[in-house]
Design a protein around this ligand. Structure first.
Ligand SMILES: Cc1cc2nc3c(=O)[nH]c(=O)nc-3n(C[C@H](O)[C@H](O)[C@H](O)COP(=O)(O)OP(=O)(O)OC[C@H]3O[C@@H](n4cnc5c(N)ncnc54)[C@H](O)[C@@H]3O)c2cc1C
Length: 395
């Protein structure tokens, strides 16, 4: 861990050299100050609390780093496909303030990648240059903060909270609408970046506001109206207007979901702002109804998806009026393989790692599926999974 210690020392120098203070989120996640409520809802925050928050935040962002920095970390440990190359560095922040300190300490030229549970991610075998921020486990605050006259609650959840945990939390507090998240094995941050959804629901339908962070550690509350939200697609409008020739737009952390094809998704256009929390709205209900629905949805998944083998969920987005899985199956490609990667015999839009798959095997199989469907039906499937990192030319 010598290298890690040395790096922390350098970063701390940067941190201490900066005197600027940051405004805290309206999260109440800091110290022993208790929950803060949402402006515009009952119990709106007082001016005194605002000032307290600012003082507290200023104090917090002067602390030394408390997270875990690793050098040369295999990304196969952080992706559900259990494949992929090595990241130059990973940083697992202890909490939101720690993340802000860390980001402020990074040189401007350092590439930064945010990763949740890696359940929608393929990291190429050549690995990732720069620093990967791993949010799961560190940004874990979650709490119900207000209820308005319409019976709506706001749940504040940080980006590292697992989506199924948010679903359970909502049901336990007698809310309805979060059931679909129970079977999506990522984080809140990943669900926001991907507008994750299933069974007729999707994440952004329940978002009230989000909290983001930029590479200077600056926090920002943003309204839903500041994003263009679509099917597995979330784009910050100010970023979108900056896009000129690439065609690959990017919202916070969104990389390949908008790419026209896999080749283009190899050159992601990264945004420098990421999700660190969101306020979710859910309707009041009988928690028992929600729990029954969760049970039913999970049983459906067990019956239809290859959950015992490493995979990343649906590889392709469904094209308008059709299903990617059906098109692949109609090409006769269920069970087809490349190296250790195989199209699941249970669900044709899932590729599983049979044990020895390299990222290049998975990517090659994705390309073959895309080409076959294009040849057979004239439909170009767009990937839902995000593909990042460098190819391993030696392999
Ligand atoms: C078995 C299985 C079933 C699945 N079923 C579904 C389903 O029904 N519906 C569905 O939509 N998806 C599904 N998925 C895919 C995946 O779980 C979701 O897309 C999930 O929301 C990704 O979350 P994550 O934390 O794992 O994100 P990651 O895979 O870690 O990241 C995905 C993308 O989001 C970005 N990102 C992650 N965190 C942040 C952040 N805090 N700020 C900005 N960008 C960020 C990453 O940079 C990357 O581009 C499934 C996956 C599996 C393995």
């Amino acid at each position: 861990m010598k290298a890690a210690t040395r790096m922390q020392g350098t970063m701390l120098f940067h941190v201490w050299a900066m005197s600027e203070t940051r405004r805290p989120p309206d999260s109440g996640a800091f110290g022993k100050k208790g929950p803060r409520s949402v402006p515009g809802m009952p119990g709106e925050k007082s001016l005194r609390a605002e000032i307290d928050d600012q003082l507290l935040w200023a104090e917090l962002v002067r602390r030394p780093l408390r997270g875990v920095l690793r050098e040369r970390e295999p990304m196969s440990r952080h992706t559900s496909w259990r494949a992929g190359g090595i990241a130059d560095r990973t940083y697992h922040p202890a909490d939101l303030a720690d993340l802000a300190i860390f980001l402020r300490s990074l040189p401007d030229t350092e590439p930064v990648h945010f990763v949740g549970l890696g359940s929608n991610l393929l990291v190429r075998d050549g690995g990732l240059r720069g620093t990967v921020i791993l949010l799961h486990g560190g940004l874990k605050q979650m709490r119900m903060i207000a209820r308005n006259d319409a019976g709506e609650a706001c749940i504040y959840a940080e980006a590292g909270v697992a989506s199924p945990k948010l679903s359970r939390f909502a049901a336990t507090h007698n809310f309805e609408g979060a059931e679909f998240l129970a079977g999506i094995p990522g984080t809140v941050g990943g669900a926001l970046a991907m507008n994750a959804g299933c069974y007729g629901s999707e994440t952004w339908r329940h978002v009230d506001r989000v909290l983001t962070i930029d590479r200077k550690g600056e926090l920002r509350q943003r309204d839903v109206s500041e994003y263009r939200v679509g099917y597995r697609e979330v784009v910050l409008r100010t970023v979108e207007t900056d896009v000129t020739d690439e065609g690959a737009t990017a919202g916070p952390g969104l990389i390949a979901a908008n790419a026209e094809d896999i080749q283009r998704s190899a050159v992601p256009r990264l945004s420098d702002e990421w999700f660190v929390a969101a306020w979710f709205k859910f309707a009041s209900s009988d928690g028992e109804v929600a729990r029954r629905k969760v049970k039913h949805l999970l049983l459906t998944r067990i019956a239809t998806q290859p959950l015992s083998e490493p995979n990343a969920g649906s590889v392709f987005r469904n094209p308008p009026g059709s299903y990617a899985a059906q098109l692949i199956e109609d090409c006769g490609l269920k069970g087809s393989r490349f190296g250790g990667a195989m199209v699941s015999p249970k669900h044709a839009n899932f590729i599983v790692n049979t044990g020895t798959a390299r990222a290049s095997d998975i990517e090659r199989l994705i390309e073959e599926l895309r080409d076959s469907v294009l040849r057979e039906f004239g439909i170009l499937l767009k990937p839902e999974v995000c593909i990042i990192g460098e190819k391993n030319h030696a392999a």
